[in-house]
Write a protein that binds this ligand. Sequence first.
Ligand SMILES: *[C@@H]1O[C@H](CO)[C@@H](O)[C@H](O)[C@H]1NC(C)=O
Ligand SMILES: *[C@@H]1O[C@H](CO)[C@@H](O)[C@H](O)[C@H]1NC(C)=O
Length: 296
Amino acid sequence: MFKLLSFSLLLSTATAFCPLNSALSGSRPKCFAFYNYPLTFDQADTFCYNLGGRLASITDAFESATISSQVRADSPTVNAFWIGARSVDNRTYTWADGTPFTYQRWASGEPRYPCGVVQLSSSSWLTEQCPTMLPFACALDPSGTNPPCESGWSWRQPEAACYKIIRNFDTFDSAENGCKSIGAHLASIHTSSENDWIYDQGTANYKLGVTEHDLQTWIGLKRDCQSCQWYWTDGSALNYTQWTKDEPADDYSNQNCVEIYTDDATGLGSSNVRNWNNVKCDNAKRNAICKKPQNR
Ligand SMILES: *[C@@H]1O[C@H](CO)[C@@H](O)[C@H](O)[C@H]1NC(C)=O
Ligand SMILES: *[C@@H]1O[C@H](CO)[C@@H](O)[C@H](O)[C@H]1NC(C)=O
């Protein structure tokens, strides 16, 4: 409701609006968009450029607060992200988008390295070596192109896909239907890098301090009977597997659905997390991870 209201106010007053999942600056016509996908400074700036912007410049305390609350709302566990401050001498900085560098909020002892970072915990700016991999904020022009994923979804560039963890502790079919209802399927996995990343998404509960046990995560791999072939519910080819040792097994009948071990709190041991296990499809108490193609 609030979003709708501010959206229509904006349309009537400034005829400017921001792409989905970005916040309009109160000070100038710029939209701040956050991407929780670690890249180097230069890769991140190129990404912003391809969306019609650059890594974010920040020109006053209001913009600083706007960006910070955007990041916190999107990704509560993120503490540091790239902004567009860059230096050749590690003393004087310029903004990637050419905005004059008039406002600054360096932490004490900073700046030291060529590329600028916001540290949310201190609400101040640090510097890092530019090849460091960090999430990032872009400043886009209003009415610009849409970001690849809507608010609440995480993006991965290699797969050009958006992912979302659902924590409703449900059966496989119900989880797949939940994903379908938001235009997605339970996630298919095609590389070890994607598998690692899905594991990280699935464990976010623990990073947030939630401690319920048995929070394994459904992925989109199933078969229709015990002697049938495994397939991905999104129809993609099965060209990568990450079965736990001695799996898939048929210790019980009808273990026709697959979970990724995202919870080692149940004594699985750290060598098993990230790996896959087949279980009965009507087991509940599972997270689910949905995946869909990115926008555009
Ligand atoms: C700035 O810092 C970088 C990274 O530590 C270093 O490689 C570079 O030589 C420094 N530049 C100057 C002019 O001190
Ligand atoms: C599986 O296929 C996808 C899509 O073609 C590809 O991106 C991925 O690298 C492949 N994975 C492996 C392990 O070959």
